[in-house]
Design a protein around this ligand. Structure first.
Ligand SMILES: Nc1nc2c(ncn2[C@@H]2O[C@H](COP(=O)(O)OP(=O)(O)OP(=O)(O)O)[C@@H](O)[C@H]2O)c(=O)[nH]1
Ligand SMILES: [Mg+2]
Length: 315
């Protein structure tokens, strides 16, 4: 199954219960109670969830209706509240107002829709001029809203680059992730996460020129790196023209969201075991025109991995 990071849902508070028309038996006078209020619908963070797959099959979330008013002025049953569980980090966007709320540790619960209030029973209408009212109110509709859900992975660092640049291999080396790597483009089809020294690193599928207009796997996974603190731009030494490769990726990032290229970043010149020192130096020099931080690495060179780990610890 593919990784589900977007969904649309309809949310509605429960309907308020109807007010009751009733009368005291022996005494004269109204005794109909009010209807119970409909249940509210809340969204809550659930740490056990990692994607929005549950919202593919179930798209309507409605609070329980309130019960009708009873005799002897008893209020109807309060409708139960409904809790919609979402992964930590899910953003809900109200489709009509565009209001946004992100559910996370600081903000683990939020009221989405209020239930409707219950209708008043006939006893509520008693007055000096109307001692035995004969009517009651219907309950009120619950609030209804439509939301778009977006899940952005919560990562501190994001690995990006062309397909085959060695992104997943680095994630595997640094963290306990065990992501498939292979010598062909688009090995990674969905985002992966790993943790090094308490920091989360995200590996997203490779970008190619035209990703922003849907080529390759497109740029849809870039939303997962919109929130990272730093971007790790991976460029393989196999590239004969690192300048063009660098610009291709930067242009696609820019087209997706210009803020991405303003983020702190470092270039990882990868697979340095494949060429000699002079050639490495040349490519490092060329890339330093774009970013003063260029780190040559290879998964087969322990020293380079140690340098990389030191860098991660200090950032
Ligand atoms: N020699 C050498 N090969 C490497 C190194 N790092 C990765 N590779 C190889 O390069 C190929 C691509 O590596 P991946 O980690 O799958 O690359 P990726 O950037 O995740 O690729 P996509 O998922 O397709 O975007 C694999 O065959 C790896 O074994 C390295 O440091 N040295
Ligand atoms: Mg990969």
């Amino acid at each position: 199954m593919s990784f589900i990071d977007e969904a649309k849902i309809m949310v509605k508070g429960g309907h308020g219960g109807a007010g009751r028309v009733a009368f005291f038996r022996n005494k004269k006078g109204p005794s109909g109670g009010n209807g119970g209020p409909g249940g509210n619908v809340y969204v809550v963070a659930n740490r056990n969830l990692t994607q929005l797959d549950a919202f593919i099959s179930k798209i309507k979330y409605i609070g329980e209706n309130g019960g009708p008013g009873g005799q002897n002025q008893r209020t109807g049953k309060f409708g139960d509240d409904l809790f919609v569980n979402v992964p930590v980090g899910t953003t809900l966007i109200d489709v009509s107002s565009k209001a946004e709320i992100t559910i996370n540790e600081k903000n683990p619960r939020f009221l989405l829709c209020k239930g409707g209030i219950g209708g008043r029973g006939n006893s509520a209408f008693k007055s000096p001029t109307n001692r035995i009212p004969q009517h009651a109110e219907q309950g009120h509709e619950g609030q209804e809203r439509n939301f778009k859900l977006i899940l952005r992975l919560i990562a501190n660092f994001g690995l990006i680059g062309l397909p085959n640049a060695g992104k997943s291999s680095l994630l595997n080396e640094l963290t306990s992730a065990n992501v498939k790597t292979a010598n062909y483009p688009f090995t990674t089809l969905e985002p992966n996460l790993g943790v090094y020294n308490g920091k989360v690193i995200a590996d997203v599928p490779g970008l190619i020129e035209g990703a922003s207009v849907g080529r390759g796997l497109g740029i849809k996974f870039l939303k997962h790196i919109e929130k990272v603190d730093m971007i790790f731009h991976c460029i393989s030494v196999e590239s004969t023209d690192v300048t063009t490769e660098y610009n291709t990726v930067i242009n696609e990032l820019k087209k997706y969201n210009p803020k991405l290229v303003e983020k702190k970043s470092i270039i990882f010149l990868t697979k340095i075991d494949l060429i000699d020192k002079n050639e490495i130096e040349k490519k490092v020099k060329e890339l330093k025109k774009f970013n003063k931080d260029v780190l040559p690495v290879s998964i087969y060179d322990e020293k380079s991995l140690d340098r990389l780990k030191k860098f991660l610890i200090s950032n």
